[in-house]
Design a protein around this ligand. Structure first.
Ligand code: AMP
Length: 449
């Protein structure tokens, strides 16, 4: 199908052509005509599928007629992070270059004064993170009663980050008669319930995520003891022929610790996380994209949705807690048929999460032996209860939450396992055997916009 058949205006088609797109992606093909008809959409699609243009292109045409009044935006797009909000804003600039739409970006870390000024001039498209929008609403700087189109993007990420109460509050401030476009990479029951409450007879569109990572990615897993993870990373950085590498940590605080450690050992690396001022994040990303910066240490939330076209290596300093994040992370290398390498550094307590990843991708990740770092086994006891064979590194190890002791295993249980341990280590909580998902994740506020 050609873009021309989707019902977009000539101006928008021209902007699409200028972007170099020859044909719509599946989500665009399905979403654009439905959005143009004014229908609600429930889209199950993740970043990388072209979903942003799936809603920005038709919105540009729908908002082409009419004018925004001061402090009363005509459409609202909610994004979980500043980066995603900024990318949506760039999309409007790129695709709306032949239209006269006005847009404003309301994100944390930027001046209130500038954002209030922009709102005062009247905006057709308001792109916001929930916290900043509520702040401005509470200061009486914005009225949401004129919003005709609402987009809730990355709803499952919003849930992870604890934004759902904010979203519910914001939706309560909007007119009931509106068009709502709701996107989420996954549809757990909480998200489905939320969508049911916000949408009216939506058209459901699902685009299958790439469950199996690109065949061009060489995946490896180095299993070491926790205290040895940094030494393992350094060996990998020295041995591998790394043109540019993205190093992922699960927690934002570990991103900074790791950058300090790498710098101390003579590697030039920069951090990318939610607490950095916007200008520094943009600058860091630009340096990474241009090749000036070779190593970027990031958390999932900060890196999500970033369009970094060429990465030779993805290094998982931590095994991601959510198997889908593994696919997202390693999908940043091996793009467009290029070869790429993804190396995960795991410790024995990552057994359960590694098993989930291997289940999702449908195969075991080949083990990688290191030369200078002792290999661990999945059923090794945590190191603090092992006798040390070498002195610990002086740098502080990443702080972990207290874990319940894994019961001692019998010899039979030990030998059974070439793959992950049978029982996962659990955290001590007051929830009995059930550990709510949010407790197993990084502190959401720490990453929020
Ligand atoms: P998204 O999933 O919206 O984050 O888009 C992922 C990437 O795909 C972005 O770099 C877009 O510029 C690009 N893109 C979006 N639509 C198309 C298309 N129809 N053809 C080629 N690339 C596209």
């Amino acid at each position: 199908m050609a873009f021309r058949n989707l019902g977009l205006s000539e101006d928008t088609l021209k902007a699409v052509e200028d972007s170099g797109y020859t044909e719509p992606t599946p989500i665009q093909e399905q979403a654009i005509p439905v959005v143009l008809m004014g229908r609600d959409v429930l889209g199950c699609a993740q970043t990388g599928t072209g979903k942003t243009a799936g809603f920005t292109l038709p919105m540009i045409d729908m908002l082409a007629t009419g004018r925004a009044r001061a402090r009363m935006p005509r459409s609202l797009i909610l994004e979980p992070t500043r980066e995603l909000a900024a990318q949506v804003s760039e999309n409007f600039e790129r695709y709306g270059k032949y239209s006269r739409l006005t847009t404003a970006l309301l994100i944390g870390g930027e001046s209130f004064v500038d954002q209030e000024k922009a709102l005062g001039r009247g905006v057709d498209v308001l792109i916001a993170t929930p916290g900043r929008l509520i702040d401005l609403f509470e200061r009486g700087r914005i009225l949401l009663s004129d919003v005709k189109v609402l987009v809730i993007d990355e709803a499952d990420r919003m849930l992870d980050m604890g934004f759902i109460p904010d979203i519910e509050r914001i939706v309560g401030l909007l007119p009931r008669k509106r068009q709502t476009l709701f996107f989420s990479a996954t549809m757990p029951p909480e998200i489905r319930k939320l969508a049911d409450g916000f949408l009216t007879e939506p058209k459901e569109i699902a685009v299958t995520p790439p469950a199996s990572p690109a065949e061009t990615v060489d995946q490896q897993l180095a299993l070491v003891h926790r205290d040895d993870k940094r030494a393992a990373l350094r060996e990998i950085l020295r041995i591998e022929d790394i043109e540019n590498g993205l190093i992922f940590c699960n927690r934002k605080r570990d991103v900074d610790i790791l950058v300090k450690s790498l710098t101390k050992h003579g590697f030039e690396a920069s951090a990318l996380h939610g607490d950095m001022p916007q200008f520094r994040r943009t600058d860091t990303l630009d340096r990474f994209r241009s090749g000036e910066l070779r190593l970027l240490v990031a958390s999932d939330v900060a890196a999500r949705g970033l369009d970094i076209p060429r990465v030779s290596h993805v290094l998982n300093f931590d095994v991601p807690i959510h198997a889908e994040d593994y696919v997202h992370r390693i999908g940043r290398t091996g793009r467009a048929g290029r070869a790429g390498t993804a190396i995960t550094i795991a410790e024995p307590e990552d057994a359960l999460h590694t098993r989930k990843i291997e289940k999702l991708i449908g195969r075991d990740v080949p083990r990688r032996a290191l030369e200078t770092v002792e290999a661990a086994n999945w059923d090794d006891e945590p190191r603090r209860r092992r006798r040390r064979s070498s002195p610990p590194e002086r740098e502080p190890a990443a702080k972990e939450t207290t874990r319940r002791r894994t019961p001692a295993r019998t010899g039979q249980e030990r030998s059974r396992r070439a793959a992950p341990a049978a029982e996962p280590p659990r955290q001590d909580t007051a929830f009995g055997e059930h550990i709510p998902a949010f407790l197993l994740r990084a502190n959401p506020d720490a990453q929020s916009a």
